[in-house]
Design a protein around this ligand. Structure first.
Ligand code: DGY
Length: 317
């Protein structure tokens, strides 16, 4: 099998127990040609978010790969239907990164509200000249309203942390309401209209997966519903938010700020975004804890073991 990037050492070791593994030793992001070749040469390919696998990659007759074990929960970088049409099974790694990603969304919310990035930049630049009553006054988080766009596992986890930890009122928008038993105690209010959630939240956190349906879902129209003192947080995928529109709203002060972990063309970021002070920008760190990255790898190993034992992989998409 081919593992397209370096994984935590313990996972690489676990992988080698049952499989003959080729690892991308220098850890570069693989090119389309390399990935196409991998599909011809390996029984299993284990990509991640940096490996774009569009429909065109699955056109060849001579594909050898029988399973793609994606290292990550999001799989919008893989043309799953085209893979399936070639008889390839595709798996992902749900559950194990829920808390890490929700924790990072909380980090962004707190950093934004309390102007932590601005403060740290000021201090490191030697521009902190002492305490004064109006210095970097931020926004209180406790007791405010959090609007969750996409109440899946990660959205729910953030809602719980925010509600039980910070006493926040929770609104959510989803294709359908969540059964009461799943959100017990949260008093989460379902917003059938996204516009209503956008208008009534102090913080809006985007958690829905990227798909043709959610592409640019947070667009100019949605941003224009937000209050000028409200903040946007995105830890899902960059293309769910219209980045150009967001930059315009941030530049004009039409919303208070944005905390982003994902971008439309990552790792490229528009200079306009980098030049703004009312943003917190992180480099796609949602799942980046030792515990989670290890658990993600073990989940891939579990899927591959099941598949090659003739069983249904638990995380088959
Ligand atoms: C995920 O698992 O979707 C993370 O964003 C990394 O790909």
């Amino acid at each position: 099998m081919l593992v397209t990037r370096r994984w935590p050492e313990s996972v690489e070791k676990a992988m080698a127990i049952n499989f003959e593994v080729t690892i991308n030793d220098d850890d570069h992001a693989m090119s389309a040609d390399e990935l196409a070749k991998a599909l011809q040469e390996y029984d299993a390919v284990c990509p991640c978010v940096t490996d774009s696998m569009p429909e065109s990659l699955f056109g060849a007759d001579s594909i050898k790969t029988r399973i793609i074990g994606n290292y990550g929960v999001g799989f919008n970088h893989i043309a799953v239907d085209a893979a399936k049409a070639k008889g390839i099974v595709v798996t992902n790694t749900p559950d194990v990164l829920t808390d890490a990603t929700a924790d990072l969304a909380m980090t962004l919310m707190m950093m934004l509200a309390r102007r932590a990035g601005e403060g740290e930049r000021q201090l490191r630049a030697g521009q902190w000249h002492g305490w004064y009553p109006t210095h970097l006054m931020g926004t209180q988080v406790t007791g405010k309203t959090l609007g969750i766009v996409g109440m899946g596992r990660i959205g729910k986890a953030m809602a719980e942390k925010a509600h039980f930890g910070f006493g926040m009122r929770i609104l959510y928008h989803n294709r359908k309401p969540i059964p009461e038993s799943e959100v017990r105690g949260l008093n989460a209010e379902y917003c059938i209209e996204l516009t209503w959630l956008m208008s009534n939240s102090d913080f809006v956190a985007v958690h829905c997966p990227s798909s043709p349906l959610t592409k640019s879902m947070v667009n100019e129209k949605m941003l224009s519903c937000m209050r000028t003192d409200a903040f946007l947080i995105n830890t899902s995928r960059g293309d769910v938010v219209d980045e150009k529109a967001l930059i315009k709203f941030l530049q004009k002060g039409l919303i208070a700020g944005a905390g982003l972990d994902v971008y439309e063309n990552e790792p490229e970021l528009p200079n306009a975004l980098l030049g703004l002070d009312n943003v917190v920008l992180l480099p796609h760190l949602g799942s980046a804890t030792k515990e989670t990255r290890t658990a993600m790898g073990m989940r891939v190993v579990g899927n591959l073991n099941a598949f090659f034992n003739g069983e249904e992989p638990p995380d088959k998409i």
